[in-house]
Design a protein around this ligand. Structure first.
Ligand code: ZN
Length: 89
């Protein structure tokens, strides 16, 4: 199993909704059979460096399988978690 490391990525709530819409369609068509999806507000450990006040961002942690219509498919990651070898120490 590949070691995973947290790498926060921020989306606006509009971007989050668009992403979930695309994922929902992949699930509906049988192209994504498993995965996980989490969205959290920025916190002290992962502060948002975008807006000061009225922050429209959420921190997305997602990993899900796509391409299942063609067989095993592959994992797609949206922020949050990446294989450790892709993250600078
Ligand atoms: Zn923000």
């Amino acid at each position: 199993m590949t070691e995973m490391r947290r790498t926060p990525e921020f989306m606006t709530t509009d971007e989050l909704a668009d992403t979930l819409t695309r994922l929902a369609e992949a699930i509906r068509t049988g192209d994504s059979l498993e995965g996980s999806f989490e969205y959290l507000l920025p916190d002290e450990e992962h502060p948002c460096d975008g807006y000061d006040g009225g922050c429209p961002h959420v921190m997305v942690t997602a990993g899900f399988r796509v391409g299942n219509q063609q067989g095993q498919g592959g994992m797609q990651f949206i922020g949050g978690w990446k294989p450790a070898e892709q993250v600078p120490a």
